[in-house]
Design a protein around this ligand. Sequence first.
Ligand SMILES: [Zn+2]
Length: 169
Amino acid sequence: MIHTSKRVFIAAGGATLFYGMASLFNPGLRSAGAANRRSFAVTRTDEEWRKLLTPPQYATLRKGQTERPFTSALNGEHRPGRFTCAGCQADLFNASAKFDSGTGWPSFWQALPNAVLELSETANPFYGTEVLCAHCGGHLGHVFNDGPKPTGLRYCMNGVALGFKPGPA
Ligand SMILES: [Zn+2]
C-alpha cells in the first residue's frame, strides 16, 4: 500500500514539474488565463479564429507561441507605413519606430497610442512583459527594457502576428 501511494505522489509531482518546464519554455502558456479574463472590442470564438487565421497565425495570436527567429519577411520591411494586427487589422506600430535589434524578430521602440496592452503580471527580466493587441487580445510578443532611445523599449514582435500597410507615416 505504501509503495503504491508513493508512486502516485511521484507521478503527480512529475506532472507539475512538466507543466512548470513547459511554461518556462513557452511563456504564452503562463498568461493565456490573464488574457482570457479581459474583454476586447473585437471578440470571436475559438472556432472563428481558427477559420480566420492561418495555422501559424492562430498558434501565435491565440495560443501565445513564438515564431522561430529570422523567419518573418517583415524583418526586411523598411518602407514607410503601419504595421497592423494580423488578427483584426488594427494599426499597431508606425514603421518609423522599427529598428534592427539583431534578434531575428521585427522590433519597435514604440507602439501607437492605445494600440497594445502590456500584461504587467507577466513581467519577467528574461521573457519581458507580454504584449497583446488592445483591440482583439491577440498575442503579439513581448516588450523589454533594453531598447534604443528615445524610449529604451524593445517591442519584440512575432512577424506572423503582424501585417504591413505601406503608406505615409
Ligand atoms: Zn488585433
